[in-house]
Design a protein around this ligand. Structure first.
Ligand code: NOJ
Ligand code: CA
Length: 702
């Protein structure tokens, strides 16, 4: 008996030794292992500076109507390689991105079923990415994944900054809790409508930000999600192990696959310094290079919009209040009575165009310009919008001509009301309409349940729709900013016309009742890992009753905080979201929004703690000008701006737009100070930041 045990232990060691593979990061600080366990299960782990990040974790799938791809594998081959190249993004937080990794690809064969798969690992200095690849083969042609079983076994009860799993929205405030508390807090956090048999109350969304008691920051997300459902993470609270939890399609299946096909990359970014999480470009590097050859038409833009006035309830998207159900074929809007609150009128749009032209703002978004808003929530929802028919008080041709005359362009708006098939059938016409009238950027939206057949916002089929819209838009040289679409996974490297997304709780929720005051100190660690967010910053009037007497929200932010957002919340499409009249009231603070860059040569992450504070300095592409910004969480604090990024030996005037000493997000949000200081690369500026506050700084060489 004893000999037998010894023998099987030795045999196990031999098997492990024969399959165990090690992969190190280029700087040697990260180490992963791959092996097949005694049952032939693919297994990996990850260490950072000799600390365990991911304990031994299994990999695999359950497949519909056939044996799972979980165990009984043998190693066929393994190949190692290295890569080190630098590429230039069309827009970004820096002008050059180094893509440097070591790779290990293991090809496995499941003996009993004669099926094969390759798992490709790429180790960067900032973390690990891996994906599954299904090569062409006889026994695995087209198949349906019913469950992906990728594990991330964590080492303990880490602090997690999470939003609940939801197949349709990420527009949540974050909860910060121990992993062991997620289940108990899930119901309080969850506001969606997924049926419980479909859902797990321990599932959270990615990018998930974790902090371990040993000081490690760990970020779990995915890269290059193409033709595959979005991954959530489901926790086993007993073992602190997350398992991938894919968004189901209309029939409950997860992914429909046809070999050869790859899954997205699963990513683990890790460091003992939170700033490294922000500086990591792993997610972009795991995506393919741009497929758009001529990118000259893709330009970062600052914009304002006939938008906040609708969001706050000051004006309306709709033209009339008379219609409860419309039929686009028969309705004659000119015979209806205007409601008098329509925002997208010729007169109002001209006012915004003038304001943009006078202040050097590139674009004006106009929502509610097209017919159909009256019945958006009505029965004919699937045929509400055709994306080409303006309301009678919006003259598409004249307004575009006027805008162009004044050196400004209009930004198109396509609200799809969740009807992706309807959008697809009008898409060519809608994009051609944009080309004909001189629009070259569109904000699209997917509010409401996906219709008509019960798909989810993050299922494979709908993820394919978002990409189809981006690809089609590229054919028409159109930049896209999609709201309510899937959270990005670095695809903007491949399709740089995908200039922004919403896909998180943006400024609109400030008008709907407010977000947590520390929300924007979290988003760069979560939502922004996959790409820029159209957060729509720049609100100067926090008392919503001033815009709409029926809206009693007091927005939990300060003017200093709003200015800091232009640095903290990177986006090549950056809005100044408040109304022109509010900017006119605070013209000196608005100077910062006018001046601040939107495309960057380099970025320096000065201070970072998710949920608490963020200070970032960036150098503008082209001009070489430096700016810095900060967002602060719940507690007032003194931030330090170490100016060593400035050129040595030179003097600069730093214009600091900061919270006044008595400012705070609750009852004194508009108190700010603008001060000038002479600084050099040796200066360490100490700047007060209020609760829910922040600042913006521009540096001018003397
Ligand atoms: C929700 C979007 O987030 C918002 O920006 C837009 O104005 C409305 N949908 C209407 O499309
Ligand atoms: Ca939204």
């Amino acid at each position: 008996m004893k000999t037998q045990k010894l023998f099987s232990a030795l045999l196990m060691l031999f098997v492990l030794a024969s399959t165990a593979q090690e992969l190190k990061s280029p700087n040697g600080l990260l180490k992963a292992h791959f092996s097949l366990d005694e049952a032939g299960r693919p297994t990996y782990d990850l260490q950072y500076k000799s600390k365990e990040v991911i304990k031994s974790s299994h990999l695999g799938f359950e497949i519909k109507d056939t044996e799972p791809l979980l165990e009984g594998f043998e190693l066929v081959s393994s190949t190692s390689s290295s890569y080190d190249q630098t590429w230039e993004p069309v827009w970004g937080e820096e002008s050059q991105i180094r893509n440097n990794y070591n790779e290990l690809a293991v090809t496995l064969h499941q003996v009993s079923t004669d099926r094969s798969l390759t798992i490709r690992f790429r180790m960067f200095d900032t973390g690990l990415g891996f994906r599954y690849e299904f090569p062409i083969q006889d026994k695995l042609g087209s198949f349906v994944i019913t469950k992906e079983r990728t594990e991330f076994a964590l080492t303990g009860d880490h602090t997690a900054i999470w939003i609940p799993g939801d197949y349709d929205t990420q527009e949540y405030d974050y909860t910060t809790s121990k992993l062991s508390e997620i289940e108990a807090k899930f119901d309080e956090a969850y506001t969606g409508n997924a049926s419980q048999e479909q859902f797990s109350k321990t599932a959270v969304q990615t990018a998930l930000m974790l902090k371990a008691d040993n000081g490690l920051y760990i970020n779990l997300h995915e890269a290059a999600t193409v033709n595959y459902p979005t991954m959530h993470l489901d926790l086993d609270p007993k073992t602190f192990t997350f398992e991938s939890w894919l968004t189901p399609g209309a029939k409950g299946n997860k992914a429909y696959m046809i070999a050869p096909q790859n899954t997205p990359w699963r990513t683990i970014i890790v460091s003992d310094d939170a700033r490294d999480i922000l500086a990591s470009r792993m997610t972009y590097n795991l995506n393919e290079p741009s497929v758009i050859e001529d990118t000259s038409w893709i330009r970062p833009m600052k914009y304002i919009g006939v938008w906040w006035e609708m969001i706050t309830g000051k004006s309306s998207w709709s033209y009339t209040d008379e219609l409860s159900a419309i039929n686009l074929d028969t309705v004659d809007y000119s015979k209806t009575t205007p409601n008098g609150t329509h925002g997208a009128t010729n007169e109002n749009v001209r006012r915004y165009i003038d304001f943009a032209a006078d202040n050097g703002i590139d674009g004006v978004l106009v929502e509610g310009w097209n017919t159909g808003w009256e019945d958006w929530f009505g029965k004919s929802k699937d045929y509400v919008f055709d994306f080409v028919t303006p309301y009678p008080d919006f003259d598409v041709k004249a307004l575009n001509e006027y805008a162009h005359q004044r050196g400004v362009e209009l930004i198109m708006h396509h609200e799809t009301s969740g009807s992706t098939r309807n959008y697809e059938r009008f898409m060519d016409e809608a994009y051609q309409f944009m080309n004909d009238h001189g629009y070259h950027a569109v904000k699209s939206g997917y509010v409401g349940d996906i219709i008509p057949r019960g798909e989810k916002h993050y299922s494979q089929y709908i993820n394919n729709h978002y990409l189809y819209a981006i690809q089609k838009a590229a054919d028409y040289k159109i930049m896209v900013n999609a709201h309510e679409a899937v959270r990005p996974t670095g695809l903007a490297r491949t399709y740089p016309n995908m200039v922004a997304n919403e896909s998180a709780r943006g400024t609109e929720y400030q008008a709907f009742g407010g977000s947590h005051p520390n929300h924007t100190t979290i988003l760069p660690f979560t939502r922004q890992i996959g790409g820029p967010m159209d957060y729509t910053p720049g609100i100067f009037e926090m008392d919503m009753t001033k815009l709409n007497p029926n809206n009693h929200t007091q927005i939990p932010t300060t003017i200093g905080n709003q200015l800091g957002l232009y640095l903290v919340m990177y986006s090549p499409l950056q809005m100044a979201a408040d109304l022109p009249e509010n900017y006119e009231r605070f013209a000196d603070a608005f100077e910062f929004i006018k001046e601040v860059g939107i495309d960057w040569q380099q970025s320096v992450y000065l201070e970072a703690e998710p949920g608490a504070y963020l200070t970032i300095a960036r150098q503008e592409k082209g001009t070489g000008k430096w700016f810095a910004g900060n967002n602060n969480g719940y507690h007032s604090r003194t931030a330090t701006v170490d100016c060593s990024f400035l050129e040595k030996g030179k003097k600069y005037t730093a214009t600091i737009y900061r919270d006044a000493d008595d400012a705070n997000y609750k009852d004194n949000p508009q108190a700010y100070v603008i001060e000038e200081k002479t600084v050099s690369s040796k200066t360490k500026l100490k700047i007060f930041t209020a609760a829910g506050g922040g600042f913006g700084i521009s540096f001018e060489e003397q």
